[in-house]
Design a protein around this ligand. Structure first.
Ligand code: URA
Length: 245
């Protein structure tokens, strides 16, 4: 993916975007060995960027936040040749993997990386990374059903701890509603299964947050690199140092 030079420098954690612009104007930035003083040129991970003598993009670790559209599979390849989340990221030379999965028809936030250590931290249930989902369901929930969900419905004999639950919208005419639910669980189809266990169907599902990250500034199918600060903060989920949504 191409990004503006000053944004890329700032994302490396070296300095602020404004400082990066000053350095570019001052002729302190080289792209592939050539001084660049023009503002806003686009660079990618393949470009070698040197700022004041420091190489900034020499890390082999890649971190992306993707707004997954529907009809995309959350793996690296698919036996039926369907599009994968990796296909949507323009970094062909490096192998990257999604952290966890979203169903084929689920949209929303998903992280991809080649950093196995971070993947292990975020995927481990004990680290309790909260994820928020907005679901359209084919019913209007009763008070008792809401109570059951908040209290933790058992799926395969294990309670799903619900960190937050809210009915956002109710359409009495069509008997559908929109709910928001935050859980730290990563079991497959977990949100759909919560409603299925009450005899209801999820018609549409979107993951709106992953830990402290959300989809701000992105449209479906778009992605961005994580900043160093964001990656460091994600590492802090280890041993549950960050708990709040
Ligand atoms: N729960 C589901 O049911 N599906 C998803 O894609 C994610 C969470």
């Amino acid at each position: 993916m191409e990004e503006r030079l000053q944004k890329k420098i700032a994302a490396s954690g070296l300095c602020s975007r404004r400082k990066a612009e000053e350095l570019i104007t001052a002729g302190k930035v080289l792209v592939n060995g050539k001084i660049v003083t023009e503002m806003g040129i686009k660079v990618s991970n393949k470009d070698e960027i040197m700022v004041d003598g420091k190489l900034i993009n020499n890390t082999d670790k890649l971190y992306y936040l993707l707004y997954k559209p529907e009809k995309v599979i959350s793996s690296t390849k698919d036996e039926h040749n369907r599009k994968t989340v990796v296909d949507l990221i323009d970094c062909t030379n490096e192998k990257i993997y999604p952290i966890g999965r979203l169903d084929y028809d689920t949209t929303g936030i998903i992280l991809l990386t080649n950093d196995g250590a971070l993947t292990d931290i975020l995927a481990h249930p004990k680290n309790m990374v909260p994820k928020t989902y907005v679901a359209k369901i084919n019913t209007i929930l009763t008070k008792d059903e809401i109570y059951q969900i908040k209290n933790g419905i058992k799926i395969d004999n294990r309670k799903v701890e619900v960190l937050y639950f809210k009915v956002r919208k109710v359409n009495k005419e069509n008997r559908v509603s929109t709910i928001e639910i935050t859980i730290s669980e990563g079991r497959n189809h977990i949100v759909k299964n919560i409603f299925l266990s009450l005899g209801h169907k999820v018609l549409k599902l979107k993951r709106t947050t992953y830990g402290f990250l959300d989809l701000s500034g992105l449209k479906k199918g778009e992605y961005r690199s994580l900043t160093i600060k964001e990656v460091k903060t994600l590492y802090a989920y280890k041993n549950n140092k960050i708990k709040k949504v």
